[in-house]
Design a protein around this ligand. Structure first.
Ligand SMILES: Cc1cc2nc3c(=O)[nH]c(=O)nc-3n(C[C@H](O)[C@H](O)[C@H](O)COP(=O)(O)OP(=O)(O)OC[C@H]3O[C@@H](n4cnc5c(N)ncnc54)[C@H](O)[C@@H]3O)c2cc1C
Ligand code: FES
Length: 352
């Protein structure tokens, strides 16, 4: 059996045990401690913390998430770190409410009850929990879905909320040869994902959730399949009768890449103050009188042009890593405090 070590987290003064063969973030989840995290793959830096004492080693990680100088200085990615002694670790980023009050991780057998294209490269996958029959999560979180026929998983955000009628919906971008998304194109064939198949879901994960009691205007920024968690947040805000002003900037290339716009506008009608801005980076051709704001350009540039008071907003961002990185850089320049920024960078576990 692997040696066990004691981890103390500062400044919250929490303690837990971890075996040498278990990653520190996983051990924390197992013991009901919900540390700040994003990709859980060493790619996004959301779990970056500082070693005050002790010895850890990290598995493969991206130097974009933690560069060599930072590692030298004592920074560590907890999603990739194994402890080899008792350790004291300073959490750089934590949410006091979530830390001990997060929703426990569940493993759920689900059945595919819907599989439909919504654009040329995004598919709506709907899963019905079978065992257990209910899945507890917060709007904006994500789950790991097991790739059928393998032990590997891929992360996908729920587009629905627990209050949404019907199955859990995921919006999935197809990558050529993608181990999970590639199977969505092969419905009805041996090895493809088809209606009626079972898929194991493990979750919820993620911290891109609306915090109770917060009042600042909400700015949502999404690209491509990043629509999923933002749609969940909109569904939650509208169902809970939120009075916060909400602006949703959605970045795609062409009008043909837009989807679910009617649903977004319908949710917006139930909010006190809502604007949907479609940001089209390649072409706006064919979008006559769409019933919402359309801006030409990259989504981050549009946010920069339109949002004068970004430092006084709470920002939720989900989608491709280059979009999230560009938006984070903008928010830094515009002085938005880090504790007002929530994001999921849709990284892939495959290191190209
Ligand atoms: C917290 C989180 C939430 C996510 N939520 C969603 C979601 O709601 N919807 C969604 O579609 N995706 C989401 N993703 C991204 C998704 O998990 C990955 O895109 C996934 O790797 C795709 O799996 P795959 O098996 O189809 O492709 P893989 O077999 O993993 O990859 C196939 C090829 O495509 C490339 N590729 C895969 N994903 C990406 C990417 N994101 N950017 C650039 N190249 C890529 C790989 O590098 C590889 O070359 C999320 C990721 C994270 C970390
Ligand atoms: S780098 Fe650890 S959660 Fe993303």
């Amino acid at each position: 059996m692997a040696d066990i070590h004691r981890i103390t987290f500062e400044p919250v003064n929490l303690e837990m045990e971890v075996a040498e063969d278990e990653k520190i973030l996983d051990a924390a989840f197992r013991q009901g401690i919900h540390l700040m995290h994003g990709c859980r793959e060493g790619r996004c830096s959301a779990c970056k913390s500082y070693m005050l004492d002790g010895e850890v080693q990290m598995e493969d990680y991206s130097t974009f998430a933690c560069n060599d100088a930072e590692v030298e200085e004592g920074y560590v990615l907890l999603c990739k770190a194994h402890a080899f002694s008792d350790c004291t670790i300073e959490l750089l980023n934590f949410d006091e409410d979530e830390l001990l009050g997060g929703i426990p991780i569940q493993t759920i057998r689900t059945r595919v009850v819907g599989l439909d294209p919504v654009t040329r490269d995004i598919v709506s996958l709907r899963l019905q929990p079978i065992e257990p029959e209910a899945y507890e999560f917060k709007a904006g979180q994500y789950a790991d879905l097991t790739i059928p026929g393998s032990e590997e998983t891929r992360s996908f955000s729920m587009a629905t909320t627990p209050a949404t009628d019907g199955p859990i919906e995921f919006l999935i971008k197809k990558y050529p040869g993608g181990k999970f998304s590639g199977l969505l194109d092969k419905a009805g064939t041996d090895g493809g994902i088809s209606v009626g198949d079972e898929i194991t879901l493990n979750g919820p994960y993620g911290t891109c959730t609306i915090k109770d009691g917060h009042v600042l205007p909400v700015v949502c920024v999404a690209g491509g399949a990043g629509m999923a968690p933002i749609l969940a947040l909109l569904r939650h805000l509208s169902a809970s009768g939120s009075t916060r002003p909400v602006r949703f900037y959605y970045g795609v290339r062409t009008p043909g890449d837009l989807f679910y716009v009617d649903e977004i506008l319908r949710l917006g009608e139930q909010l006190a103050d809502f604007t949907f801005v479609a940001c089209l980076s390649e072409s706006t051709e064919g979008l006559d009188d769409p019933g919402h704001v359309v801006e030409a350009g990259n989504v981050t540039d549009v946010v920069d042009r339109r949002e004068e008071q970004l430092a006084k907003t709470e920002v939720y961002m989900c989608g491709p890593p280059p979009m999230v990185d560009a938006a984070l850089a903008l928010l830094e320049v515009r002085g938005t405090p880090k504790d007002q920024i929530f994001y999921d960078s849709f990284t892939s576990p495959i290191f190209d």
